[in-house]
Write a protein of this length. Structure first.
Length: 400
Protein backbone atom coordinates (compact mmCIF):
# COMPACT_ATOMS: atom_id res chain seq x y z
CA UNK A 1 0.00 0.00 0.00
CA UNK A 2 1.36 3.40 -1.00
CA UNK A 3 1.86 5.92 1.78
CA UNK A 4 1.88 9.67 1.22
CA UNK A 5 3.15 12.45 3.42
CA UNK A 6 3.04 16.22 2.94
CA UNK A 7 5.26 18.32 5.18
CA UNK A 8 5.83 15.25 7.32
CA UNK A 9 2.13 14.56 7.84
CA UNK A 10 0.60 11.24 6.75
CA UNK A 11 -2.05 11.65 4.04
CA UNK A 12 -4.93 9.38 3.09
CA UNK A 13 -4.41 8.53 -0.65
CA UNK A 14 -8.16 8.88 -1.18
CA UNK A 15 -7.94 12.55 -0.09
CA UNK A 16 -4.67 13.39 -1.80
CA UNK A 17 -6.16 16.22 -3.89
CA UNK A 18 -7.72 17.96 -0.89
CA UNK A 19 -4.52 17.52 1.11
CA UNK A 20 -2.39 19.07 -1.64
CA UNK A 21 -4.77 22.03 -1.91
CA UNK A 22 -4.73 22.52 1.86
CA UNK A 23 -0.93 22.33 1.91
CA UNK A 24 -0.65 24.90 -0.88
CA UNK A 25 -3.07 27.22 0.93
CA UNK A 26 -1.13 26.81 4.17
CA UNK A 27 2.06 27.79 2.34
CA UNK A 28 0.45 30.89 0.86
CA UNK A 29 -0.93 31.91 4.24
CA UNK A 30 2.48 31.47 5.88
CA UNK A 31 4.25 33.41 3.13
CA UNK A 32 1.80 36.32 3.40
CA UNK A 33 2.06 36.39 7.19
CA UNK A 34 5.89 36.27 7.12
CA UNK A 35 6.12 39.00 4.50
CA UNK A 36 3.93 41.41 6.42
CA UNK A 37 4.90 40.57 10.01
CA UNK A 38 8.55 41.40 9.28
CA UNK A 39 7.77 45.07 8.59
CA UNK A 40 8.85 47.19 11.56
CA UNK A 41 8.23 50.80 12.49
CA UNK A 42 11.78 52.26 12.62
CA UNK A 43 10.73 54.88 15.18
CA UNK A 44 8.88 52.74 17.72
CA UNK A 45 10.15 49.24 16.94
CA UNK A 46 6.57 47.99 16.61
CA UNK A 47 5.83 44.92 14.48
CA UNK A 48 2.37 44.34 12.96
CA UNK A 49 0.16 41.42 13.90
CA UNK A 50 -1.18 39.52 10.90
CA UNK A 51 -4.27 37.33 10.58
CA UNK A 52 -4.91 35.39 7.36
CA UNK A 53 -8.40 33.89 7.17
CA UNK A 54 -10.17 31.73 4.61
CA UNK A 55 -10.34 28.07 3.68
CA UNK A 56 -9.70 28.50 -0.05
CA UNK A 57 -8.02 30.95 -2.41
CA UNK A 58 -11.34 32.55 -3.37
CA UNK A 59 -12.11 33.88 0.13
CA UNK A 60 -8.60 34.45 1.50
CA UNK A 61 -8.61 37.62 3.61
CA UNK A 62 -5.81 39.46 5.38
CA UNK A 63 -6.19 41.52 8.55
CA UNK A 64 -3.27 43.64 9.75
CA UNK A 65 -3.26 45.11 13.25
CA UNK A 66 -1.08 47.81 14.75
CA UNK A 67 -0.81 51.55 15.25
CA UNK A 68 -2.03 53.89 12.48
CA UNK A 69 1.58 54.81 11.73
CA UNK A 70 2.58 51.17 11.37
CA UNK A 71 -0.44 50.37 9.17
CA UNK A 72 0.48 53.29 6.91
CA UNK A 73 4.00 51.88 6.63
CA UNK A 74 2.65 48.42 5.77
CA UNK A 75 0.43 49.84 3.03
CA UNK A 76 3.36 51.82 1.62
CA UNK A 77 5.68 48.79 1.61
CA UNK A 78 3.10 46.52 -0.02
CA UNK A 79 1.73 48.99 -2.52
CA UNK A 80 -1.52 49.59 -0.61
CA UNK A 81 -2.79 46.03 -1.14
CA UNK A 82 -3.21 45.26 2.55
CA UNK A 83 -5.80 47.05 4.69
CA UNK A 84 -6.64 46.63 8.35
CA UNK A 85 -10.29 45.58 8.36
CA UNK A 86 -11.08 48.12 11.07
CA UNK A 87 -9.89 51.04 8.92
CA UNK A 88 -12.70 53.06 7.39
CA UNK A 89 -12.37 53.45 3.62
CA UNK A 90 -14.55 56.06 1.96
CA UNK A 91 -16.65 54.68 -0.88
CA UNK A 92 -15.21 55.61 -4.26
CA UNK A 93 -17.36 57.75 -6.54
CA UNK A 94 -18.59 55.66 -9.48
CA UNK A 95 -17.05 56.82 -12.76
CA UNK A 96 -19.13 55.99 -15.83
CA UNK A 97 -17.90 56.10 -19.42
CA UNK A 98 -20.93 56.70 -21.66
CA UNK A 99 -20.61 55.22 -25.14
CA UNK A 100 -23.27 56.21 -27.69
CA UNK A 101 -23.80 57.56 -31.18
CA UNK A 102 -24.60 61.21 -31.84
CA UNK A 103 -27.88 60.07 -33.39
CA UNK A 104 -29.03 59.26 -29.84
CA UNK A 105 -27.75 62.41 -28.16
CA UNK A 106 -31.14 63.25 -26.59
CA UNK A 107 -31.35 59.97 -24.68
CA UNK A 108 -27.64 60.06 -23.83
CA UNK A 109 -28.02 63.55 -22.39
CA UNK A 110 -30.94 62.43 -20.18
CA UNK A 111 -28.85 59.58 -18.82
CA UNK A 112 -25.69 61.64 -18.29
CA UNK A 113 -27.44 64.52 -16.52
CA UNK A 114 -29.47 62.20 -14.27
CA UNK A 115 -26.33 60.33 -13.24
CA UNK A 116 -24.34 63.47 -12.49
CA UNK A 117 -27.24 64.73 -10.37
CA UNK A 118 -27.18 61.43 -8.45
CA UNK A 119 -23.50 61.60 -7.50
CA UNK A 120 -22.03 59.62 -10.41
CA UNK A 121 -19.11 61.05 -12.36
CA UNK A 122 -19.90 60.67 -16.08
CA UNK A 123 -17.44 60.79 -18.96
CA UNK A 124 -19.53 62.15 -21.83
CA UNK A 125 -17.86 63.57 -24.89
CA UNK A 126 -20.01 66.73 -24.79
CA UNK A 127 -18.46 67.56 -21.42
CA UNK A 128 -15.03 66.00 -21.63
CA UNK A 129 -13.70 66.82 -25.09
CA UNK A 130 -12.82 70.42 -25.92
CA UNK A 131 -11.63 72.13 -29.09
CA UNK A 132 -8.13 71.03 -30.01
CA UNK A 133 -8.20 67.85 -27.89
CA UNK A 134 -7.10 64.53 -29.31
CA UNK A 135 -10.28 62.45 -29.66
CA UNK A 136 -8.45 59.13 -29.34
CA UNK A 137 -6.42 60.24 -26.31
CA UNK A 138 -9.44 61.65 -24.48
CA UNK A 139 -11.56 58.57 -25.14
CA UNK A 140 -8.73 56.25 -24.07
CA UNK A 141 -8.34 58.24 -20.84
CA UNK A 142 -12.09 58.08 -20.19
CA UNK A 143 -12.30 54.33 -20.71
CA UNK A 144 -9.12 53.64 -18.71
CA UNK A 145 -10.43 55.58 -15.73
CA UNK A 146 -13.98 54.26 -15.59
CA UNK A 147 -15.45 51.97 -12.95
CA UNK A 148 -18.52 51.34 -15.15
CA UNK A 149 -18.60 51.18 -18.95
CA UNK A 150 -22.11 52.11 -20.10
CA UNK A 151 -23.05 51.65 -23.75
CA UNK A 152 -26.37 52.91 -25.11
CA UNK A 153 -27.53 50.30 -27.63
CA UNK A 154 -30.05 51.44 -30.22
CA UNK A 155 -30.89 50.38 -33.80
CA UNK A 156 -28.48 53.13 -34.85
CA UNK A 157 -25.55 52.67 -32.43
CA UNK A 158 -25.06 48.91 -32.95
CA UNK A 159 -24.13 49.65 -36.58
CA UNK A 160 -21.50 52.29 -35.72
CA UNK A 161 -17.86 51.07 -35.91
CA UNK A 162 -16.81 53.70 -33.35
CA UNK A 163 -19.31 52.46 -30.75
CA UNK A 164 -18.24 48.85 -31.39
CA UNK A 165 -14.57 49.77 -30.92
CA UNK A 166 -15.40 51.41 -27.59
CA UNK A 167 -17.43 48.36 -26.59
CA UNK A 168 -14.43 46.13 -27.35
CA UNK A 169 -12.29 48.26 -25.04
CA UNK A 170 -14.96 48.16 -22.34
CA UNK A 171 -15.30 44.37 -22.57
CA UNK A 172 -11.53 43.96 -22.24
CA UNK A 173 -11.59 46.00 -19.04
CA UNK A 174 -14.50 43.91 -17.76
CA UNK A 175 -12.63 40.66 -18.49
CA UNK A 176 -9.67 42.04 -16.54
CA UNK A 177 -11.98 42.90 -13.60
CA UNK A 178 -11.23 46.59 -14.08
CA UNK A 179 -14.81 47.79 -14.56
CA UNK A 180 -18.42 46.72 -14.80
CA UNK A 181 -19.89 46.50 -18.31
CA UNK A 182 -23.44 47.89 -18.54
CA UNK A 183 -25.26 47.59 -21.88
CA UNK A 184 -28.62 49.39 -21.89
CA UNK A 185 -31.19 49.40 -24.70
CA UNK A 186 -33.35 52.12 -26.21
CA UNK A 187 -35.77 51.23 -29.00
CA UNK A 188 -33.87 47.97 -29.46
CA UNK A 189 -35.47 44.57 -28.73
CA UNK A 190 -33.37 42.18 -26.67
CA UNK A 191 -33.54 39.70 -29.55
CA UNK A 192 -31.47 42.06 -31.70
CA UNK A 193 -28.54 42.31 -29.29
CA UNK A 194 -25.14 41.31 -30.69
CA UNK A 195 -24.36 37.64 -29.88
CA UNK A 196 -21.50 38.66 -27.59
CA UNK A 197 -23.96 40.53 -25.34
CA UNK A 198 -26.72 37.93 -25.33
CA UNK A 199 -25.65 36.57 -21.94
CA UNK A 200 -25.46 39.98 -20.22
CA UNK A 201 -28.51 41.64 -18.67
CA UNK A 202 -29.34 44.65 -20.84
CA UNK A 203 -32.23 46.66 -19.37
CA UNK A 204 -34.37 48.89 -21.53
CA UNK A 205 -34.21 52.65 -20.93
CA UNK A 206 -37.61 54.17 -21.66
CA UNK A 207 -38.77 56.15 -18.63
CA UNK A 208 -37.14 58.21 -15.89
CA UNK A 209 -37.80 55.27 -13.56
CA UNK A 210 -35.61 53.09 -15.78
CA UNK A 211 -32.78 55.61 -15.45
CA UNK A 212 -33.33 55.79 -11.68
CA UNK A 213 -33.03 52.00 -11.46
CA UNK A 214 -29.82 52.11 -13.49
CA UNK A 215 -28.41 54.71 -11.09
CA UNK A 216 -29.37 52.51 -8.14
CA UNK A 217 -27.63 49.54 -9.75
CA UNK A 218 -24.44 51.54 -10.22
CA UNK A 219 -24.55 52.69 -6.59
CA UNK A 220 -25.16 49.09 -5.50
CA UNK A 221 -28.64 49.73 -4.14
CA UNK A 222 -30.74 46.58 -3.81
CA UNK A 223 -33.71 46.04 -6.12
CA UNK A 224 -35.78 44.69 -3.25
CA UNK A 225 -38.68 46.89 -2.09
CA UNK A 226 -38.35 48.74 1.24
CA UNK A 227 -38.73 46.47 4.25
CA UNK A 228 -40.73 46.98 7.36
CA UNK A 229 -39.43 46.97 10.91
CA UNK A 230 -36.50 44.55 11.25
CA UNK A 231 -36.65 41.67 13.74
CA UNK A 232 -35.71 42.56 17.30
CA UNK A 233 -32.35 40.80 16.93
CA UNK A 234 -31.37 43.06 14.04
CA UNK A 235 -32.57 46.24 15.72
CA UNK A 236 -30.47 45.43 18.76
CA UNK A 237 -27.39 44.85 16.63
CA UNK A 238 -27.54 48.09 14.66
CA UNK A 239 -25.71 49.81 17.49
CA UNK A 240 -22.86 47.27 17.62
CA UNK A 241 -19.97 49.00 15.84
CA UNK A 242 -18.36 45.83 14.53
CA UNK A 243 -17.74 47.04 11.00
CA UNK A 244 -20.23 44.47 9.71
CA UNK A 245 -23.85 44.76 8.61
CA UNK A 246 -26.78 44.36 11.00
CA UNK A 247 -27.54 40.96 9.46
CA UNK A 248 -23.96 39.75 9.98
CA UNK A 249 -24.03 41.14 13.52
CA UNK A 250 -27.19 39.19 14.29
CA UNK A 251 -25.62 35.96 13.08
CA UNK A 252 -22.36 36.55 14.96
CA UNK A 253 -24.19 37.52 18.13
CA UNK A 254 -26.31 34.38 18.09
CA UNK A 255 -23.22 32.17 18.01
CA UNK A 256 -21.40 34.26 20.64
CA UNK A 257 -24.32 34.07 23.05
CA UNK A 258 -25.20 30.42 22.48
CA UNK A 259 -21.72 28.91 22.41
CA UNK A 260 -20.95 26.82 25.46
CA UNK A 261 -17.15 26.71 25.17
CA UNK A 262 -16.22 28.98 22.24
CA UNK A 263 -15.07 26.11 20.04
CA UNK A 264 -15.42 24.96 16.44
CA UNK A 265 -19.02 23.94 15.60
CA UNK A 266 -20.25 25.15 19.01
CA UNK A 267 -23.18 25.60 18.44
CA UNK A 268 -24.39 24.08 15.16
CA UNK A 269 -27.28 25.21 12.94
CA UNK A 270 -28.55 24.37 9.50
CA UNK A 271 -29.35 27.29 7.19
CA UNK A 272 -33.09 27.13 7.77
CA UNK A 273 -32.83 27.00 11.58
CA UNK A 274 -30.23 29.79 11.62
CA UNK A 275 -32.39 32.02 9.42
CA UNK A 276 -35.37 31.43 11.71
CA UNK A 277 -33.34 32.23 14.83
CA UNK A 278 -32.13 35.60 13.52
CA UNK A 279 -35.35 36.45 11.67
CA UNK A 280 -33.80 36.67 8.20
CA UNK A 281 -34.63 35.14 4.86
CA UNK A 282 -32.50 32.24 3.64
CA UNK A 283 -30.90 34.53 1.04
CA UNK A 284 -30.08 37.25 3.57
CA UNK A 285 -28.69 34.64 5.95
CA UNK A 286 -26.46 33.27 3.19
CA UNK A 287 -25.35 36.82 2.37
CA UNK A 288 -24.51 37.43 6.04
CA UNK A 289 -22.46 34.23 6.14
CA UNK A 290 -20.69 35.27 2.95
CA UNK A 291 -19.86 38.59 4.61
CA UNK A 292 -18.49 36.61 7.57
CA UNK A 293 -16.48 34.24 5.38
CA UNK A 294 -13.44 33.01 7.27
CA UNK A 295 -15.48 32.67 10.46
CA UNK A 296 -17.66 29.79 9.23
CA UNK A 297 -17.49 26.53 7.31
CA UNK A 298 -20.46 24.94 5.63
CA UNK A 299 -21.08 21.23 5.34
CA UNK A 300 -24.11 20.56 3.18
CA UNK A 301 -26.79 22.73 4.73
CA UNK A 302 -25.00 22.88 8.11
CA UNK A 303 -23.23 26.03 9.32
CA UNK A 304 -20.10 25.34 11.38
CA UNK A 305 -18.64 28.24 13.33
CA UNK A 306 -14.86 28.69 13.61
CA UNK A 307 -13.21 29.55 16.90
CA UNK A 308 -11.89 32.74 15.30
CA UNK A 309 -15.40 34.22 15.44
CA UNK A 310 -15.37 34.27 19.23
CA UNK A 311 -11.91 35.86 19.26
CA UNK A 312 -13.22 38.61 16.97
CA UNK A 313 -16.75 39.22 18.31
CA UNK A 314 -16.83 38.29 22.02
CA UNK A 315 -15.90 41.83 22.99
CA UNK A 316 -19.22 43.14 21.65
CA UNK A 317 -21.55 40.80 23.54
CA UNK A 318 -19.49 39.34 26.37
CA UNK A 319 -18.05 41.10 29.44
CA UNK A 320 -14.49 40.47 28.20
CA UNK A 321 -12.28 41.31 25.25
CA UNK A 322 -10.17 38.40 23.90
CA UNK A 323 -7.57 40.85 22.55
CA UNK A 324 -7.03 42.36 26.01
CA UNK A 325 -7.04 38.91 27.62
CA UNK A 326 -4.52 37.67 25.04
CA UNK A 327 -2.13 40.55 25.73
CA UNK A 328 -2.41 39.96 29.46
CA UNK A 329 -1.74 36.24 29.08
CA UNK A 330 1.12 36.77 26.62
CA UNK A 331 2.79 39.30 28.93
CA UNK A 332 2.54 36.89 31.87
CA UNK A 333 3.97 34.00 29.82
CA UNK A 334 6.90 36.11 28.64
CA UNK A 335 7.70 37.53 32.06
CA UNK A 336 7.34 34.33 34.13
CA UNK A 337 9.39 31.26 33.07
CA UNK A 338 7.36 29.15 35.51
CA UNK A 339 4.00 30.22 34.08
CA UNK A 340 1.78 27.13 33.56
CA UNK A 341 1.18 25.93 30.02
CA UNK A 342 -1.87 23.67 30.39
CA UNK A 343 -5.21 25.37 29.83
CA UNK A 344 -6.85 24.15 33.03
CA UNK A 345 -4.09 25.69 35.18
CA UNK A 346 -4.20 28.96 33.23
CA UNK A 347 -7.97 29.17 33.57
CA UNK A 348 -7.76 28.45 37.29
CA UNK A 349 -5.06 31.10 37.73
CA UNK A 350 -7.26 33.81 36.16
CA UNK A 351 -10.61 32.50 37.33
CA UNK A 352 -11.78 32.01 33.75
CA UNK A 353 -14.08 29.37 32.29
CA UNK A 354 -13.23 27.55 29.05
CA UNK A 355 -15.68 29.89 27.29
CA UNK A 356 -13.38 32.83 28.04
CA UNK A 357 -9.97 31.18 27.62
CA UNK A 358 -10.68 29.42 24.31
CA UNK A 359 -11.22 32.67 22.34
CA UNK A 360 -7.87 33.84 23.71
CA UNK A 361 -6.25 30.66 22.39
CA UNK A 362 -7.88 31.20 18.99
CA UNK A 363 -6.71 34.83 18.98
CA UNK A 364 -3.12 33.78 19.67
CA UNK A 365 -3.21 30.90 17.17
CA UNK A 366 -4.52 33.08 14.34
CA UNK A 367 -1.62 35.45 14.83
CA UNK A 368 0.97 32.64 15.14
CA UNK A 369 1.90 33.88 18.62
CA UNK A 370 1.90 30.40 20.19
CA UNK A 371 2.96 26.90 19.24
CA UNK A 372 0.14 25.01 17.55
CA UNK A 373 -0.71 22.27 20.04
CA UNK A 374 -4.20 21.56 18.75
CA UNK A 375 -5.28 17.94 18.99
CA UNK A 376 -8.34 15.74 19.28
CA UNK A 377 -9.88 14.94 22.63
CA UNK A 378 -8.98 18.17 24.43
CA UNK A 379 -12.51 19.26 25.37
CA UNK A 380 -13.46 21.65 26.80
CA UNK A 381 -10.21 23.33 25.74
CA UNK A 382 -9.36 24.49 22.21
CA UNK A 383 -5.70 23.50 22.55
CA UNK A 384 -3.56 21.17 24.66
CA UNK A 385 -1.01 23.75 25.83
CA UNK A 386 -0.43 27.47 25.42
CA UNK A 387 3.27 28.00 24.77
CA UNK A 388 4.67 31.27 23.46
CA UNK A 389 7.25 31.81 20.71
CA UNK A 390 9.36 34.63 19.29
CA UNK A 391 6.28 36.16 17.67
CA UNK A 392 4.70 36.41 21.12
CA UNK A 393 7.77 38.16 22.45
CA UNK A 394 7.61 40.73 19.66
CA UNK A 395 3.87 41.06 20.15
CA UNK A 396 4.22 41.86 23.85
CA UNK A 397 7.12 44.22 23.27
CA UNK A 398 5.22 46.12 20.56
CA UNK A 399 1.99 46.42 22.55
CA UNK A 400 3.35 47.37 25.96
Amino acid sequence: MLKFTINGRPIDPNNLGDAMTASMLEGIRAELADKISGIRDPKTGEFPTVVVRGDDLANLKIQVEGSPELLALVKDRLGGDVMDDTTEVPAATPRVFLSYTSDDVVVAKRIAEAMEAAGIEVWWDKWCISAGDSLRQKIDEGIAGCSHFLVLLTPRSIKKPWVNQEMDAGLVRKLNDQCQFLPVRSELPATELPPLLSGILSPAITTDEDIAQLISDIHGVTRRPPRGVPPAALQADKTAETGYSAAANAVARLFVEQSENGLFADPQFDFEALAKEVGLSIEDTEDALHELSGFFETSGRHVLVQGALFAQFDRFWKPWNPADDALRLAADIMSDPAFPADCASIANRYGWEARRLNPVAHYLLERSLIVDYRALGTLPWAIVRIVGNDNMRRFVKSRR
